[in-house]
Design a protein around this ligand. Structure first.
Ligand code: C5P
Length: 202
């Protein structure tokens, strides 16, 4: 059975939680595509390779390494993600993943628009920048990384602007995406809304 769920939206809107929840509920494989860009950004920093070469060299072992979820790596990721050759180098891996037998959930910024325009389900998960910054701030604090709310909000706004403003595959909702605004929702409500959309199309 081939069934693709494409989930896009800005950082800390709840994409990851919804993706993992859907994958578990329906037995689908899950790919957090942000990790591909994060691993590419870190490889550039560590090896000095050009961004495109780094993207080509990224393998499963890079995705499994710790330390990809820091703010510094997110910043690097959003920079390399503006390079068209980097995006192109990562397309085939994502498309193969999406069409694997048994169903797949992919979350990112351009899944419904560029990577999987024919996905059976497209969701655009969003929330206000203030709510997202507050969530990210709490996550960082819980994982022992000291941070300041205003700085986190600033990072969120900068990353949104870069992701929405780039020429190649900017972050936006596909025309046929179902929008879920999680600003006033808890995790259970957000997941329930996503489950209802998938069930209606299965
Ligand atoms: O989702 P995450 O915060 O891990 O993504 C890190 C960065 O990678 C994003 O800010 C974005 O610039 C980039 N990205 C992208 N396309 C995707 C996934 C992530 O451009 N499909």
């Amino acid at each position: 059975m081939r069934f693709t769920v494409a989930i896009d939206g800005p950082a800390a809107a709840g994409k990851g939680t919804i993706s993992r929840g859907l994958a578990e509920r329906f037995g689908f494989a899950h790919l957090d595509t942000g990790l591909l860009y994060r691993a590419t950004g870190r490889k550039v920093l560590e090896t000095g390779l050009a961004p495109e070469a780094a993207a080509r060299a990224v393998g499963p072992e890079d995705l499994a390494r710790d330390g990809l979820r820091t703010q510094a790596v997110a910043e690097l990721a959003s920079r390399v993600a503006t390079v068209p050759e980097v995006r192109h180098a990562l397309v085939a891996f994502q498309r193969d993943f999406a069409r694997r037998d048994g169903g797949a959930v992919l979350d990112g910024r351009d899944i419904g628009t560029v990577i999987c325009p024919d996905a059976e389900v497209k969701l655009y998960v969003t929330a206000s920048a203030e709510v997202r910054a507050r969530r990210r701030f709490e996550e960082l604090r819980a994982s022992g990384q000291a941070s300041d709310y205003e700085d986190v909000l600033d990072e969120v706004l900068k990353r949104d602007a870069r992701d929405m403003g780039r020429k190649d595959a900017p972050m936006r909702a596909a025309e046929d995406a179902v929008q879920i605004d999680t600003s006033e929702m808890d995790i259970d409500d957000a997941l329930a809304a996503a489950v209802a959309v998938v069930e209606a199309r299965l």
